[in-house]
Design a protein around this ligand. Structure first.
Ligand code: OGA
Ligand code: MN
Length: 270
């Protein structure tokens, strides 16, 4: 019954070393939740969870979202495996999951069922540390700004010249306006940015977009980023409330298959 947590990088990521039995017992769930919030990402190398074990482990950390097959969602570009695979191309750009929800999801857990032979890393950056490291005058300037997030904004990255049908499908998902700076109940603050961030409310449109890109460039500097190179059976989880993530390029026919579970959000952006 071994259990240890070691930092991967100063600003982001820890590796948890433990056996399956210890993890599934839930004995360390509070410690794991705290490590996730404090470090943005945790990695369980080659833990090789079955779907049942992944679900069971996810349940020890919070409330599992019922998505996909009984809570397991297939992240793949293979449309035979997932009919909505085309939307997942949006994952090649820095983003938060569920940013058009009032309460964004707390965390996602990805099980590397079949990594791609080439590319297909998953990368994470901390929007907590990115915010904390901003100059004080910038923090003051951003204090009351509000940012509009939409599915369409994220999908324009994938389809820069969409059909009208694509646009109307995207627009069925209502956009959502959030504070740019999320003041969490814990007292920490993070930036609510990423590909779904369309513009800043009440600011000149292009000026607002330039600011959102400036913040993305700031938060994704190498010192804030952990890039996970997958080995089959790795499980990687991210705190979706204080990180952005993306997949690096991989071929659509690579067979890459990730099994994802999600934890329901517990705190609205405020
Ligand atoms: C996701 C996601 C990235 C990846 O599942 O939400 O963005 O590397 N995945 O597959
Ligand atoms: Mn995602």
């Amino acid at each position: 019954m071994s259990f240890s947590i070691e930092k991967i990088k100063d600003n982001i990521g820890v590796e948890i070393k433990a056996d399956k039995e210890t993890l599934l017992s839930g004995k360390h769930s509070t410690e794991i939740r705290e490590a996730l919030e404090a470090n943005g990402v945790f990695v369980l190398k080659e833990i090789n969870f079955t779907s049942e074990e992944q679900l069971e482990f996810t349940k020890t950390l919070g409330h599992v979202i019922d998505e996909g097959e009984g809570g397991i969602y297939k992240v793949t570009l293979d449309t035979k495996e997932n009919e909505h695979a085309d939307y997942l191309k949006g994952a090649f750009y820095w983003h938060m999951d569920g940013s058009t929800l009032d309460v964004p999801i707390l965390a996602s857990l990805l099980n590397g069922f079949k990594p791609s032979e080439t590319g297909g890393n998953t990368e994470f950056c901390s929007t907590y540390v990115g915010y904390e490291d901003l100059p004080e005058e910038d923090k003051a300037a951003y204090k009351d700004l509000r940012v509009v997030h939409s599915l369409a904004a994220a999908q324009y990255y994938v389809h820069p010249e969409p059909t009208l049908e694509q646009i109307s499908t995207w627009n069925m998902m209502p956009s959502r306006t959030h504070p740019l700076v999320w003041a969490h109940e814990s007292g920490r603050k993070s930036l609510v940015i990423g590909a779904s961030a369309s513009h800043i409310e009440g600011m000149d449109y292009e000026e607002g977009r330039a600011l959102l890109h400036k913040l993305r460039i700031h938060c994704t500097q190498p010192k804030y980023v952990y890039s996970h190179k997958w080995t089959k059976g790795d499980l990687v989880a991210w705190d979706n409330t204080g990180t952005l993530h993306r997949a690096t390029h991989y071929p659509a026919n690579s067979g890459r298959m990730m099994h994802r579970t999600k934890l329901e959000g517990e705190e609205p952006i405020a």
